[in-house]
Design a protein around this ligand. Structure first.
Ligand code: DX5
Ligand code: ZN
Length: 223
């Protein structure tokens, strides 16, 4: 697997032929399937749940599935996603009253765990749980919809989290989500991200491989 992960968000895929879309984007060089779960409560949109995750596994998808929960509460549905084949499960700390317990629950279910930070969410939620985290996801848009513009304050925030991860010496992935395109991914890499969610930038183009190759070329320029 590549060190820098391209994680297409299937939110922008054609849901009428989702299995085929996921096959195609993986064949085009994607590393991870980013799976956005919305509940019309924590965020103002409604998407997909464990049944669809399970359907992708049954379809034959073997790549890691990165489940981004934008739902509240989170604990009840975590075992369902684990059973459905999730690899990573990330959640927003505001959506869990007991963040440490939720991280533990995700691990107990056999998945990797992560915390997601909205653009305005402070990083102090990391303070006492770094050793229980496999991934930190910074939102560079307010969650709920694909196709929004990258919020520039995510760049200094990425640099801050990169420092925290490096200082900790722990093996934690740093993911960015929202408005990631070929023309800003180099700066995002330079700020410290190693996992890049992109929905509309990939699924909005006819040639997924061309976009993913162009993203990798830009990432390489930052290294
Ligand atoms: C937004 C989702 C993102 C979104 C990204 O709430 O978490 O994963 O689909 O879409 P783009 O890349 O189009 O900004
Ligand atoms: Zn997402």
């Amino acid at each position: 697997m590549n060190e820098n992960w391209i994680a297409p968000s299937i939110l922008s895929a054609n849901f009428a032929k989702l299995g085929e879309e996921v096959d195609n984007v993986l064949k085009a060089g994607a590393d991870v399937v980013h799976f956005d779960v919305m509940d019309n409560h924590f965020v103002p949109n409604l998407t997909i749940g464990p049944l669809v995750c399970e359907a992708l596994r049954k379809h034959g998808v073997t790549a890691p599935i990165d489940v981004h929960l934008m739902i509240e509460p989170v604990d009840r549905i975590i075992p369902d996603f684990a059973k459905a084949g999730a690899s990573y499960i990330t959640f927003h700390p505001e959506a869990s009253v007991h963040v440490d317990r939720t991280l533990q629950l995700i691990h107990d279910c056999g998945c990797k765990a992560g915390l997601v930070f909205n653009p305005s969410t402070p990083l102090h939620y990391l303070d006492y749980v770094m050793d229980k985290i496999d991934m930190i996801l910074l939102m560079s848009v307010n969650p709920g919809f694909g196709g929004q513009s990258f919020i520039p304050s995510a760049l200094p925030k990425l640099r801050e989290v990169r420092k925290r991860i490096d200082d900790s010496g722990l093996d934690i992935r740093l993911e960015i989500d929202g408005g990631v395109k070929v023309d800003n991914i180099r700066d995002i890499k330079a700020a410290g991200a190693d996992t890049f969610v992109a929905g509309s930038a990939i699924f909005g183009q006819p040639d997924y491989k061309a976009v993913i190759d162009a993203m990798r070329a830009e990432i390489a320029k930052a290294e």
